[in-house]
Design a protein around this ligand. Sequence first.
Ligand SMILES: CC(=O)N[C@H](C=O)[C@@H](O)[C@H](O)[C@H](O)COP(=O)(O)O
Length: 231
Amino acid sequence: MIPKILNDLKGGLIVSCQAKEGEPFDAPDRLSLFAQSAVLGGAVGIRSEGKNNTLYIVHSVEVPVIGLIKTAYPDGTVCITRTYTDVEKLLSVGTHMIAIDGTFRECNGFTGPEFIRKVRNRYTCPVMADIATVEEGLACVEAGATCLATTLSGYTPETKRKSQKSPDFKLLEELVKQTDIPVIAEGRIYTPDDAAKALKLGAWAVVVGTAITRPIDITSWFVEKLKESAQ
Ligand SMILES: CC(=O)N[C@H](C=O)[C@@H](O)[C@H](O)[C@H](O)COP(=O)(O)O
């Protein structure tokens, strides 16, 4: 059965409100202003990183909040909520769904799907499995994930590409075809057209981060274009 939280997100936009360490927006009260603005603009959910940011955001908006805690694997690639301690931190602040790294990379002796199975057996909270390949998606479904997200395509050693400028629509389509749980499109969705295309391809909902909540990146897109056109 589809849990209520996913029905609330269906067909809508989830805005990821995150800042890198040391950036001007890297503070819970500032990120919560992004979350509040996103909801005023029609977002149906928020994705939030870190315990304190999530606590603040959960109390600032009335839409579901997907929480995560980001760390790094030894090779420097991104790792999303892979310990019980981090799961419990997020649960303690009222996170409605937890995003967990569902890739095959090992952390504390478990792959992502193995950890998701353990989390689903231990807690009642819904889990969004962030994956990078179809095989990882299938393993996470088997492990009991509540939904899948294409978040990590292009960010694991296996899928990292030199130039990653567009969403992985192929992965989205394959996951929609081969699984029967909701698949959320996430990663490098920079335009309303691409968000709409994701829904057309079968995405349950769409997550947008950078294009809405990372003013440093957005500014640099303009600056780079101006530099190019001046050459
Ligand atoms: C790979 C990774 O670290 N992804 C993170 C996951 O939470 C965030 O930094 C992204 O902003 C989020 O996935 C939304 O994607 P985009 O910002 O491309 O719209």
